[in-house]
Design a binder for this molecule. Structure first.
Ligand code: GTP
Length: 597
C-alpha cells in the first residue's frame, strides 16, 4: 500500500472508558472479524488481562476502510494504559501519526489519560477527541465536551460522540480518522529502519516482534540487525495482523506488522530498538531508545521452601515475555531461599506476583517493596542499594539519594483538602493546581517514589471515595535523611522486616511493626521482646509474655485418643512455623506483617 493511503493511530483512554469495546466495534465495521466470530475484547489476548480488565501488552491490527471511492489501510495500535508502562506507551505512540482520545461521557478525563495525551502532543500526534458511552443515562456530553475542548484547545463541537457498545457514531469516527490523521512519510528507497513497539513470546513461534516501518522495506529471507546491540538474525517471516497473523512479501514505509526470527527471549527484541537490514544497514537508529529500568524491588519467596526450583523456572518463563522483569537469587534468614526481583512499578509487581501464583500454582510471600537508593559514604565510595540488607552499617554514610516523581491527581474539587493532607503527610511538595471544569481539579505534586509505591494509591482512593485518578512519572532524585529500621525478635534482626524509611517515619514504622507482630506471633515458652532499632539504637519495644504451653493439662488424664489428637495438631502447626533464633513464627505472621493493609 502506498503511504498516502495508510493511517496509523492509537486509542488513548483510561481503564474502563471503553477502548477494547471500541476496538471490537472497529474490527466488526471494517469486516475484519465476522459477527459470529466476535468475542468480547478481541484484542486482549491474555486471560489475566481479560480478568483484570487491563491491557498489558500492546496489540495491533490492520483494518481496511473505504472512504468515497478510495481504499485505505488503517493500523490500530493498541497501547497499554497504565502508569508503569509509560515507556511502552510512548513507543507505541511513536508508531502513530494520530490518536483517538477516548473519554467516558459520564466520567470525564482521568489523570493517566491526561498524562498519555501530553505524551501524544509532545510527539506531535493529531488528536481526535471522542466521548464514549453516550448511550448511558448518566452521560453528560455537553459538560465533558467543554472540558475536553478546554484541555486540548479545540471547539466543543469538534468533540465526536460515540457509543462503542451500540456502535452509534463509530463509522463516522473511522471516516474522521482517514480525514484527519496525516499519512506516514518516510524514505522508501533508503536503508530500512523499523521501530519495535512491542514484542511477545509465543510458545510455538518464539518471539514475535511488532514493528512500524519508517524508511525502506523489511523483506522476508533477508538478515536483519538490531541497532542497539548489533545482533543479527535471520528473518523467518514478515506479516500483518488482520486480526490473525498473515505472512506477507514485506512491509514498506508506514506499514505496521510483525516479524519472526526464531529467537527465544524478548530481551533480544527490545521495545524502542530500531531494526535495519544487515546488508544495507542504516547509519543512524531512530531516536529515543531506552533500556527498561526497574524502579521497584521486592523479595519473592515460596511459602513452601521446596517450591524454590519451581519459582526459578516460573521466573525464567515469565522473563521470556517481559524484558523489564529482573531477578537474582537471594537468601533470607527468616524466609529461606527466594529471589530479589526488580519491577517497573507497583502494578508490574502485582501482575507478576499474580501470574506466578495463578499460572504456575505457586504460593508466595513478598517482602515490602522498596526503591533504588544511592548511598554516598564518607570515604567517597558510592553504593546502589536495592535491598535493605545491603544498607551499609556503622555511621559512615555521608548522603543518601532517593528517586522522586511528579504526580498528577485528578479529582472532584470537594476532595482538594483530603488530597493535600495526604500528599503533605508523604513528604509531597505542591507544584500546581488547575480547574479542568467547575467541579474537577488537577493537582500536581512532587513526591518521593518510595512514598507512592507503599500505599499511596489505596489511601488516595479511600480518601476520595474512589473518585481520584493518579499518574506519576520519574523526575530525578533528591538527597533525603533516610535510615534503615530493623525489627528484632529476642535481640535478633529479622531481615524480611527491615525497611528503609525517612527518619521522621522511622518511629511509626517501628512501632507499627512491633505492635502487629505482638498480635501475630503466638506466645512461646519464654518471654519474647520485639524491638525496632536504627543501628544499635532501640526506638520501639513490645513484649510477648511467656506461657506454659501445657496443652495436655486440659485433658484430665483419661481419654488417650484425645491426647494423641492434640499432640498431632500441635505437630501440624509446627510445620507451618519458621524459626527465628529460638522464636517460632507462623508463616501467616510474615504474610500479615508484610501486607500494606
Ligand atoms: P481496558 O482495556 O481494561 O483499558 O478497558 P477499556 O477501556 O478497553 O474498557 P472496555 O472496553 O473493557 O469497557 C469497559 C466497560 O465499559 C465494559 O463493561 C464495556 O461493556 C463498557 N462500555 C464500553 N463502551 C460502552 C458504551 O459505549 N456504552 C456503555 N453503556 N458501556 C460501554
Amino acid at each position: 500500500t502506498p503511504p498516502e493511503h495508510i493511517r496509523n493511530f492509537c486509542i488513548i483512554a483510561h481503564i474502563d472508558h471503553g477502548k477494547s469495546t471500541l476496538a471490537d466495534r472497529m474490527l466488526q465495521l471494517t469486516g475484519v472479524v465476522e459477527e459470529r466470530a466476535m468475542r468480547a475484547q478481541y484484542l486482549d489476548r491474555m486471560d489475566i488481562e481479560r480478568e483484570r480488565g487491563i491491557t498489558i501488552k500492546a496489540q495491533n491490527v490492520r483494518l481496511p476502510w473505504r472512504l468515497g471511492d478510495q481504499d485505505h489501510v488503517l493500523h490500530l495500535i493498541d497501547t497499554p494504559g497504565h502508569v508503569d508502562f509509560t515507556y511502552e506507551v510512548s513507543r507505541a505512540l511513536e508508531a502513530c501519526e494520530g490518536a483517538i482520545l477516548l473519554v467516558d461521557a459520564a466520567q470525564g478525563i482521568e489523570a493517566q489519560t491526561l498524562a498519555n495525551l501530553y505524551l501524544a502532543l509532545e510527539k506531535d500526534l493529531h488528536i481526535i477527541p471522542v466521548l464514549n458511552k453516550i448511550d448511558l443515562p448518566a452521560a453528560d456530553p455537553d459538560k465533558y465536551s467543554a472540558e475536553l475542548a478546554n484541555i486540548i484547545g479545540c471547539q466543543p463541537s469538534d468533540v465526536l460522540r460515540v457509543s462503542a457498545k451500540t456502535g452509534e457514531g463509530v463509522s463516522d469516527l473511522i471516516d474522521e480518522v482517514v480525514r484527519q490523521v496525516p499519512a506516514p512519510v518516510g524514505d522508501g528507497d533508503g536503508p530500512a529502519r523499523a521501530l519495535i513497539f512491542d514484542s511477545v513470546y509465543d510458545t510455538y513461534r518464539g518471539v514475535v516482534t511488532y514493528i512500524r516501518v519508517v524508511d525502506g522495506k523489511i523483506s522476508p529471507r533477508e538478515r536483519i540487525k538490531m541497532m542497539s546491540t548489533g545482533a543479527t538474525h535471520e528473518l523467518l517471516e514478515v506479516g500483518i495482523i488482520s486480526p490473525e497473523p498473515k505472512a506477507t512479501k514485506g512491509l514498506g514505509v508506514g506499514e505496521v506488522g510483525y516479524l519472526i526470527t526464531g529467537v527465544k527471549d524478548v530481551r533480544q527484541s527490545k521495545v524502542g530498538d530500531t531494526v535495519t537490514s544487515e546488508r544495507r544497514g542504516a547509519p543512524e537508529p531512530l531516536a529515543g531508545y531506552r533500556e527498561p529500568q526497574p524502579m521497584v524491588f521486592s523479595g519473592l519467596y515460596p511459602m513452601d521452601g521446596s517450591d524454590y526450583p519451581d519459582l526459578r523456572e516460573a521466573l525464567d518463563k515469565l522473563r521470556l515475555n517481559d524484558a523489564a522483569l529482573s531477578y537474582e537469587p537471594e537468601t533470607s534468614v527468616a524466609l529461606g531461599f527466594g529471589f530479589r526481583c526488580g519491577f517497573l512499578g507497583l502494578l508490574h509487581l502485582e501482575i507478576t506476583r499474580d501470574r506466578l501464583e495463578r499460572e504456575f500454582g505457586l504460593e508466595l510471600i513478598s517482602t515490602a517493596p522498596n526503591v533504588v537508593y544511592q548511598v554516598f559514604l564518607e570515604d567517597g565510595t558510592e553504593l546502589v542499594v536495592t535491598n535493605p540488607s545491603d544498607w551499609p552499617t556503622g555511621g559512615k554514610i555521608a548522603e543518601v539519594h532517593e528517586p522522586i516523581s511528579k504526580v498528577t491527581v485528578i479529582a472532584p474539587s470537594e476532595f482538594i483538602g483530603a488530597i493535600m493532607e495526604l500528599c503533605q503527610g508523604k513528604r509531597g511538595q505542591l507544584l500546581g493546581m488547575d480547574y479542568l471544569s467547575e467541579d474537577r481539579v488537577e493537582l500536581r505534586y512532587q513526591l518521593p517514589l518510595a512514598e507512592i509505591i507503599f500505599d499511596f494509591f489505596d489511601s488516595l482512593k479511600s480518601r476520595t471515595r474512589g473518585y481520584a485518578s493518579l499518574d506519576y512519572e520519574e523526575s530525578g532524585e533528591q538527597a533525603s535523611e533516610l535510615v534503615k529500621v530493623d525489627i528484632l525478635l529476642q535481640g535478633e534482626a529479622v531481615d524480611a522486616f527491615s525497611a528503609i524509611v525517612h527518619k521522621d517515619s522511622a518511629y511509626s514504622y517501628g512501632n507499627r511493626m512491633a505492635t502487629r507482630l505482638r498480635e501475630l506471633i503466638p506466645r512461646q515458652q519464654f518471654e519474647v521482646p520485639i524491638q525496632a532499632a536504627i543501628g544499635s539504637r532501640i526506638i520501639a519495644r513490645e513484649t510477648i509474655r511467656a506461657i506454659r504451653k501445657d496443652v495436655l493439662a486440659k485433658c484430665y488424664g483419661g481419654d488417650i485418643s484425645r491426647k494423641r489428637k492434640l499432640l498431632e495438631k500441635q505437630k501440624e502447626g509446627k510445620k507451618r512455623m519458621k524459626t527465628v533464633g529460638r522464636v517460632e513464627v507462623p508463616q501467616e505472621a510474615f504474610v500479615a506483617a508484610l501486607s500494606t493493609e
